[in-house]
Write a new protein. Sequence first.
Length: 141
Amino acid sequence: MTIRANQLAALASAIERVRRFDVPADNGLRSFFRAHPEMGQHDRAFVAEGVFALLRRMRSLEALAATAEPRKLAIAVLVREQGRSLRDLEPALLRGELGRERLRVERFAGARVGVVRDDDRVARRGPGPRYWMEGAGRRDR
């Protein structure tokens, strides 16, 4: 399914709203939806899935995006957590938006669930506790 530009923009705006952390995430999302009544049922579901996927994997997605910019976080959520291809995102992206980051995004998208080796330690990438990913980078033995 191709992602439209308004869906990507809405997801980025919702991420920006929820990442303030001034209210619980569900209340922040509810206020976002009330401020945007023109959004349909499918667009609301798309945004809600994306926001909560970001909250579940925020640290790894910020590392993937290499920034805290909401639009790039939205792209990272779609590629890594929802399994969308960059081809699905192309109509929604601005010209040259990914540029050099395209290879980085494709590499991490291919490794959504797999094994990453760091020295002699092995960490499972994908669903799992946060300490699995944190423990993989430590040098204490």
